[in-house]
Design a protein around this ligand. Structure first.
Ligand code: HEM
Length: 127
């Protein structure tokens, strides 16, 4: 029985395209832009490494940065439910843009929804 590795099905080129499309949206999103640096080079590089292993590819992130412990690494940043929603919206739009479709997209996106929810560490400010 062959197991499908999402990373192999998507491919390195498309994953890189996706991450670049994603951060151009993050850079322009009013809820997200304030908590990100203006230069996305390093975060995009790390995200490509992370998503590679997240999708079953080689453990590039861990090799360079150690255990991912993503929730802990996000604690210095105020991740609110609104920001998690905005992050997922940017990702969904980036997936549209690079034409990542079908079950591969659905599986990847559902996993990201759970991870994004897990990153939330701050309540939304009341109006
Ligand atoms: C780093 C925001 C969810 C993966 C960061 C940084 C911010 C951030 C502000 C630090 C940027 C910097 O100054 O270098 C958010 C927000 C999220 C979210 C608002 C909404 C839920 C996620 C999810 C993933 C992820 C779902 C993975 C699936 C990463 C990675 C890094 C990072 C790999 C780099 C960590 C490192 O420094 O080694 N994120 N993030 N983030 N985020 Fe997120």
């Amino acid at each position: 029985e062959k197991r499908i590795v999402p990373y192999e099905a998507i491919g390195e080129a498309k994953l890189n395209e996706l991450v670049d499309a994603f951060y151009s949206k993050v850079a322009n999103h009013p809820d997200l832009q304030p908590i990100f640096p203006s230069d996305f080079t390093e975060i995009a590089r790390k995200q490509k490494q992370f998503l590679t292993q997240y999708l079953g590819g080689p453990p590039l992130y861990t090799e360079e940065h150690g255990h991912p412990m993503m929730r802990a690494r996000h604690l210095p940043h105020e991740i609110t439910p609104t920001r998690a929603k905005a992050w997922l919206r940017c990702m969904s739009e980036a997936m549209d843009e690079v034409k990542l479709e079908g079950p591969l997209r659905e599986g990847f996106f559902s996993k990201l929804v759970l991870t994004a929810q897990h990153m939330v560490n701050t309540p939304d400010k009341p109006l």
